[in-house]
Design a protein around this ligand. Structure first.
Ligand code: CMX
Length: 141
């Protein structure tokens, strides 16, 4: 699948402002971006930790994926995201190896990344995201 690194860990929180305060004031990390992803029904906040990021997720709709997750399981780790060279190729490989895809094709996620999810029931309980920088951003075209 050609994973280069752990791109981010997604953490579901009830209140983004309060959670940001913890990450900044206790852990000493810096929130460099806040972004709403309407499609995913979340507001996100990002922190860099080396090459990996922490993505805090506050739901904007109780019927959205993070809203349902919080109602069922409370706050906590929601997903892990691996950086791959090319999301369609990685999805094809996962499907071929029997993994259930939540996205047959990549879509645009936070920070303009191409993202796609694998179902947690096929991945030992961890919602798994594959993501990549879109090719046009890489080449600068
Ligand atoms: N990690 C592990 N298991 C999860 C999960 C998660 N994040 N979310 C739900 N589940 C489990 C539930 O606990 C439940 O298990 P049980 O049946 O054993 O109780 C099962 O999956 C079904 O849960 P559900 O509440 O009925 O939810 P749905 O089936 O409707 O949806 C999922 C679950 C994973 C298919 C859906 O959340 C999804 O498509 N997620 C991908 C998109 C996403 O999460 N976007 C938000 C982040 C976006 C971003 O990073 O920008």
């Amino acid at each position: 699948m050609n994973i280069s690194h752990l791109e981010h860990i997604g953490i579901a929180v009830r209140n983004l402002e309060e959670a940001i305060r913890y990450y900044e004031e206790v852990l000493g990390l810096h929130c460099y971006r806040i972004e709403e992803v309407e499609d995913q029904k979340v507001k996100t906040a990002f922190f860099k930790v080396g090459e990996t990021k922490i993505e805090l997720l506050e739901s904007t709709d109780p019927a959205g994926p993070v809203g349902k997750f919080i109602a069922k399981r409370g706050e906590g780790v929601h997903h892990v995201a691996f950086a791959v060279q090319d999301v369609p190729t990685a999805l094809e490989e996962a499907k071929r190896k029997g993994v259930e895809l939540l996205d047959a094709e990549p879509r645009e996620g936070a920070e303009g990344l191409q993202i796609a999810f694998l179902h947690p029931e096929s991945t030992h309980g961890v919602l798994t995201e594959l993501c990549a920088i879109p090719q046009k951003s890489v080449s600068g075209v």
